[in-house]
Design a protein around this ligand. Sequence first.
Ligand SMILES: Nc1ncnc2c1ncn2[C@@H]1O[C@H](COP(=O)(O)OP(=O)(O)OP(=O)(O)O)[C@@H](O)[C@H]1O
Ligand SMILES: Cc1cn([C@H]2C[C@H](O)[C@@H](COP(=O)(O)O)O2)c(=O)[nH]c1=O
Length: 228
Amino acid sequence: MRGILITFEGIDGSGKSTALAGVARMASEGELAVEGRRFLFTAEPTYGDEGRLLRERLRGPAAEGGGAAAMRAGQMEELFLFMADHARHLAETVIPALEGGMVVVSDRYSDSRAAYQGATLREVFSDPMERVRELHRPWSVVPDRTILFSIDPALAVERCLSRGEADPSAPKGPEKFEREEFLRLVAENFKTLARLEPRRFVVIDASRPIAEVLAETVEALAEVLAEG
Ligand SMILES: Nc1ncnc2c1ncn2[C@@H]1O[C@H](COP(=O)(O)OP(=O)(O)OP(=O)(O)O)[C@@H](O)[C@H]1O
Ligand SMILES: Cc1cn([C@H]2C[C@H](O)[C@@H](COP(=O)(O)O)O2)c(=O)[nH]c1=O
């Protein structure tokens, strides 16, 4: 039995992780049972060496100062760190699980690279999203379905900022990419990706209450699992 790869994508604060936690809870309680299938929930950045390094770099606002050339070099370094994290994620986690017939659900995956680094590298390449996609094509695994949590960036930033109120262990202050004007570019990139592959993407209106978002996520999952 071949495995199934499902990815959750969206801008910071869109509610992906909340939906994934809801799905994981339902799976652990047997509410998403599919004959003979086990679930694996995972994420990028990972909690491996590259992922931890990335999370450290992303903590706090974007650095200011430094020349344009140094900034471009830093953005390329970031792209390759995310790529290295993805390569390890594939080799050590995703591919073995798929080979074992599991349903793998990842909170972010290669489309985050296309959308985010497609935005950071807009002054380095003429078609940065395509350059990033091209780099993945020969070796990465394309998801069977990608659920895009679509939300207005202003509301997403509001949610990011209120994270700490509900969870005292959450990081204080915005992370590097949690700025409305930057997230507008990323949201546009995600929209373009969904338009390019309409059969792979399911777009969910993530501005609605958590229960509604979760119900629609489960519906989309049930559909791909039934095809499976
Ligand atoms: N549908 C919703 N309505 C209201 N608040 C929500 C909803 N979904 C998530 N939240 C809240 O918004 C905040 C961000 O949600 P979450 O961490 O799930 O987003 P995310 O997309 O995973 O963000 P990031 O990519 O930055 O990790 C959390 O405090 C969460 O409780
Ligand atoms: C995988 C990936 C992630 N990012 C960015 C998106 C977020 O701002 C952070 C961390 O992700 P989280 O979901 O908030 O934990 O990393 C990116 O720019 N490129 C990527 O490939």
